[in-house]
Write a protein that binds this ligand. Structure first.
Ligand SMILES: CC(C)(COP(=O)(O)OP(=O)(O)OC[C@H]1O[C@@H](n2cnc3c(N)ncnc32)[C@H](O)[C@@H]1OP(=O)(O)O)[C@@H](O)C(=O)NCCC(=O)NCCS
Length: 163
């Protein structure tokens, strides 16, 4: 299952289809995710980067969007991550996050990845996934998205502080 880091603009339609086929994402979230995809594909100078994973028949299985967090030395935001519904639980999400670790390991002796998520019941599996991958809770703003829907910040740090 090939990972692609330099994403072909033709991936746009497949990513749009994947996002619309992800029940956790509402219309506004899909539109916001696609804005980042479009920026990543159109603008080489943007901070937004894409990683995709395909099967042997060239069907998209999942994608990840990340970017360096402005004004930090070695912090990255993981903005978006989704696995095709039919392929969840088969290691696609882990492979995409591992590919991001590989990229950051090549660029930095130390790095931190930050993820923000809501805490509605719908996102309990997503939070379980990130915890399984070693992310820890670093902050919470209560009732951020809605009453009872907090903003949860999860982080993972690897490596030593460079001199
Ligand atoms: C969250 C998501 C990306 C996970 O992707 P996935 O391909 O299904 O996850 P993987 O199969 O790679 O799982 C990786 C690990 O997390 C664990 N995991 C995955 N889903 C889990 C769940 N619901 N509960 C507990 N653990 C879970 C797996 O057991 C696996 O552990 P292992 O590698 O030690 O065996 C996927 O479920 C998804 O697209 N969800 C909807 C969109 C979303 O919430 N995106 C993230 C916010 S932007």
């Amino acid at each position: 299952m090939p990972i692609r880091v330099d994403v072909d603009p033709r991936a746009r339609d497949a990513i749009a289809h994947l996002l619309r086929n992800t029940p956790e994402f509402n219309e506004e979230e899909v539109a916001t995710a696609l804005e980042l995809v479009d920026d990543a594909l159109a603008n080489p100078e943007t901070t937004y980067r894409l990683i995709t994973l395909y099967d042997d028949d060239d069907a998209l299985l999942g994608y990840l969007c990340y970017g360096r967090t402005p004004m930090t030395r070695f912090v990255y935001d993981l903005y978006w991550l989704a696995t095709e519904r039919a392929h969840r639980g088969k290691g696609v999400g882990r492979q995409l996050v591992d590919a991001l670790y590989d990229i950051l390991n090549r660029e930095h002796s130390r790095w931190t990845i930050r993820v923000e998520t809501g805490t509605r019941e719908l996102y309990a599996p997503t939070i379980a996934f990130y915890r399984r991958l070693g992310f820890d809770e670093a902050g919470r703003i209560r009732d951020f998205y809605d009453v009872g829907d907090d903003l949860l910040t999860l982080v993972i740090t690897r490596g030593d502080v460079a001199a």
